[in-house]
Design a protein around this ligand. Structure first.
Ligand code: ADP
Ligand code: MG
Length: 830
């Protein structure tokens, strides 16, 4: 005998049900099987919503008709591929349930409450409606099948909604099927989740439930009571992974797991199996398998008597996160040295039928803290207030404290206790993302270590812990705004480098691209081949808020917003972007040249959010300027002076003057080579140079605004800069003699003319510089940039950086470099 359990994910549609029944038929060829089925996916939630809605005074009709059509549709679709499917017989059974549902919901609506018994009847209907569908499919496939009512086999006590099975009672109920004296079929079919509950000795059994996700537990009870050789849990993933594959895309499939590991994993929140499922199987050494009904060919995960040593996977086998937790702390001088305090606390809680998830005690003995499900927080607080009323009133104990909205992240593995440093790595990984740990606990078997954190940090915690232990690919999610010359080149570079980076363990995924054609966005990443056409074809209106919402909700580890626009307004939203938890990389100088207030606010916000604001390409494009300066100043160096040629066009124009070219010729040549802006005045006025100088000055710690920079015009007094570009270009030759005279005078001193920025004595200026052969700027021409930093350490010879400071290729590469800077943390070697 084999037992198979099919969850909601395997009952999600006509197709799924047909596929799942194929699996049953396959197994039934060689073995007798018992099958447990859940409700159709989503139905349990709808039933819960119906209860909640009617408690709040809603009317039952719409809920009932929605549930009717879900099942009707599935039946109709099955019928269309399986002619022998008896829709009428099935719908008759479903209608019986629906009319009872209607009655119960109407009652709830008028009473305004839903007693436990009614709750159980309603919630169990999902399974009671799904099982007949499966039965009819199997019959249509000519199988020998009997649909049995689980309520006549599984008996529980304790909590009606989440009972504990009375195994000897269950074993008796199954006896005739175990020994074959009952009328048998090749397939025994049971609806999951439901059972009969006995409130106390002598009480009449009424309908009860096995708790959320209880069908897993049903299958374990059925398998155990029928003496199955194994129980298969069919779901929608290939088995049990090192973490929830819905959160961790590169979670690793675990081949074999011990019962204990799987129990801890489910206890601490992994949804893959109901927490109580494994105990009855472990007791009888019945193997459990986690299998994928959407991919039946995959091997799956075997859960059996361990330990399983797998050198490759290391000591940690799984990471889980239990959300919706609360922590209760009992503190006070009265805790110290008093016998029995802990036992009074935990007896009181357990007498109320509430299970404690985790306990921590501080070494000072002044505090006992423990976690429970958030839903019980109020109740537990009340219980403890009553239990310790005397101690609290005499101030031996402080008022009972409750911390809400917490999560427990746990790492699990049989071999953890033999390996040193596991806990250290666990806490380091959380610290690397500044996740605040409220409490720590180690399972008594040393098979699990848990940290209590804020619920909102839960998913992020699982990601970062997974990264540290499984040394998996580090991903960066790029949201690229502005995909023109620089942004477009950068996307092409990312596309070209993608595979090579992946080999080094870095997965750069472009999630959104926005340019003048609109925005495309894909939650799984955009395939970059042909991205330009994709934006043209599928671009929707660019919407930054949609991106911010997505990032806030999904909390990826490394999201980065890349602003390659020349936008004047977008930088104003950088604060919002940082606050959403995104890094920013940009060649756009606007943000750094706004007010000093904004400048500080950006950095402060980035610090608070533990993200980075990166702008290496603001100055000198691909040249290593910003990072170099930051490292210098961080290590205590001081800027004493600076000279720089920071514009390719000005470098070119003034270099040409050395060769005896006329000024007007030099400008026109530069324009023709597209070294200048379309209107060369934009370069010649020096405003762009001023912005770069401002950024360098601020980097050096100066508090300075753009208006504070002294602008020494290169134009002679009285020369008008008004008029169109054409008019300006025509007037240019008027300047030739002015520059020729200057050059002639300088030649005598063996000097040349350069245009750039200087920082000296706390002042920043932009204008012409007369430099001699000893000056590093002397030989800088032809479009080259040069940055000459005099610092306390770099003296008397200054630190000089030279090279091309513009161009799409080098600038894009500089931005790409910034993007890659976000993955610098240390990943351990477990
Ligand atoms: P079913 O309806 O079949 O019972 P569930 O949705 O209850 O399916 O459980 C399957 C889901 O459990 C998977 O889709 C997966 O997202 C989640 N899950 C959580 N943790 C893990 C894990 N460690 N390994 C595999 N799946 C996990
Ligand atoms: Mg489940």
């Amino acid at each position: 005998m084999l037992t198979l359990k099919f969850g909601g994910t395997s009952m999600g549609s006509a197709r799924r049900i047909l596929d799942s029944t194929d699996i049953m038929v396959g197994r039934a060829k060689t073995d007798r099987i018992s099958v447990v089925v859940s409700a159709v996916a989503g139905v349990s939630n709808k039933l819960q919503a119906a209860i909640d809605g009617c408690v709040a005074g809603g009317v039952s009709a719409s809920y009932v008709s929605e549930l009717r059509s879900i099942h009707q549709d599935i039946c109709a679709q099955i019928k269309s591929t399986l002619a022998d499917f008896d829709t009428q017989a099935v719908m008759a059974k479903i209608e019986e349930n629906l009319s009872e549902l209607d009655r119960l919901l109407t009652g709830i609506s008028s009473f305004g409450e839903c007693p436990s018994g009614v709750h159980c009847r309603i919630m169990g209907m999902g399974e009671l409606m799904c099982a007949p569908i499966v039965e009819a499919v199997l019959l249509a496939k000519k199988q020998s099948v009997i649909l049995l009512d689980s309520r006549k086999f599984i008996y529980t006590t304790g909590d009606q909604k989440e009972g504990d099975p009375d195994y000897s009672h269950c074993a008796d109920a199954f006896a005739d099927y175990r020994d074959g004296s009952a009328p048998m079929a090749q397939i025994l079919l049971f609806p999951g989740f439901i059972c009969s509950w006995i409130s106390g000795t002598g009480a009449k059994p009424v309908m009860g439930l096995l708790g959320r996700n209880g069908s897993d537990f049903s299958a374990a009870i059925v398998g155990s009571c029928l003496g199955a050789s194994r129980v298969e849990f069919w779901t929608d993933v290939d088995g049990i992974y090192t973490a929830d594959p819905r959160i961790i895309k590169d979670a690793v499939l675990v081949k074999d797991m011990s019962y204990e590991e799987a129990m801890e994993l489910s206890f601490f929140g992994s949804k893959v199996l109901h927490p109580k499922t494994l105990a009855p199987l472990a007791a009888k050494n019945i193997e459990a398998w986690s299998l994928n009904s959407h991919n039946p060919a995959s091997r799956g995960t075997r859960i059996a008597r361990g330990p399983f040593v797998d050198e490759k996977s290391g000591p940690v086998r799984g990471i889980s996160c239990l959300k919706d937790c609360a922590m209760i702390s009992v503190t006070g001088a009265g805790m110290k040295g008093r016998k029995g305090m802990a036992s009074r606390i935990f007896s009181a809680v357990s007498n109320a039928g509430i299970s404690v998830l985790l306990i921590t005690q501080s070494s000072s003995e002044y505090t006992v803290s423990f976690c429970i499900r958030k839903a019980y927080a109020q109740k537990v607080q009340d219980i403890l207030k009553a239990e310790f009323a005397l101690e609290i009133s005499t101030k031996l104990l402080n008022p009972i404290e409750v911390y809400d909205n917490l999560a427990i992240v746990s790492i699990i593995g049989d071999a953890m206790k033999q390996k040193r440093g596991v806990a250290g790595t666990f806490f380091d990984s959380l610290a690397s993302r500044d996740i605040n740990i409220k409490a720590i606990a180690q399972g008594s078997s040393e098979r699990s270590i848990s940290a209590v954190i804020k619920a909102e940090d839960g998913d992020m915690a699982v990601r970062v812990v997974h990264q540290f232990f499984f040394n998996t690919v580090q991903s960066i999610q790029v949201y690229a705004f502005g995909a023109g010359t620089i942004g477009g080149t950068m996307l092409d570079q990312i596309n070209e480098q993608h595979d090579a980076l992946l080999e080094q363990g870095i997965d750069v995924r472009v999630m959104a691209i926005a340019n003048i054609d609109g925005m495309i966005f894909n939650a799984d990443g955009i395939e970059l081949d042909g991205w330009r056409d994709k934006v043209k074809a599928d671009g929707k209106k660019t919407n930054l808020d949609e991106i911010l919402e997505f990032v806030k909700e999904t909390k990826p580890l490394n999201p980065i917003f890349v602003d390659c626009t020349a936008s004047y307004d977008l930088p104003e939203r950088y604060i919002d972007i940082l606050k959403a938890g995104m890094n920013i990389a940009t060649p756009n100088k606007r943000a750094n040249s706004m007010s000093m207030d904004f400048y500080h606010k950006l950095r402060q916000t980035a610090n608070e959010m533990h993200v980075r604001f990166l702008y290496e390409t603001n100055v000198g494009a691909g040249l290593p300027i910003i990072d170099t300066l930051q490292n210098l100043f961080k290590s205590g160096d001081k800027l004493t002076g600076f000279n720089g040629i920071m514009s390719g066009s000005l470098s070119y124009i003034f270099g040409k003057l050395d060769e005896g070219k006329k000024f007007s010729e030099a400008v026109l040549e530069a324009k023709e080579l597209r070294y200048t802006e379309p209107d060369p005045r934009d370069d010649l006025k020096g405003t762009d140079v001023a912005r770069k100088a401002l950024i360098i000055a601020r980097e050096a710690g100066m508090e300075i605004e753009l208006e504070d920079i002294e602008m020494r015009s290169i134009f002679p007094e009285g020369f008008s800069l008004e008029g169109t570009t054409e008019e300006f270009l025509k007037k240019l030759p008027e300047l030739d003699s002015y520059f020729a005279e200057k050059m002639a005078a300088l030649k005598k001193e063996n000097k040349v003319l350069r245009m750039g920025a200087s920082i000296k004595d706390g002042k920043v200026s932009v204008g012409m510089l007369e430099v001699g052969p000893e000056d590093p700027l002397f030989g800088v021409r032809g479009g080259e940039n040069a940055f000459v930093f005099h610092t306390a350490r770099y003296t008397p010879i200054p630190l000089t950086v030279r090279g091309y400071g513009a161009g799409a290729g080098v600038t894009a590469a500089g931005v790409f470099g910034d993007i890659l800077r976000t993955v610098s943390w240390n990943v351990s070697s477990f």
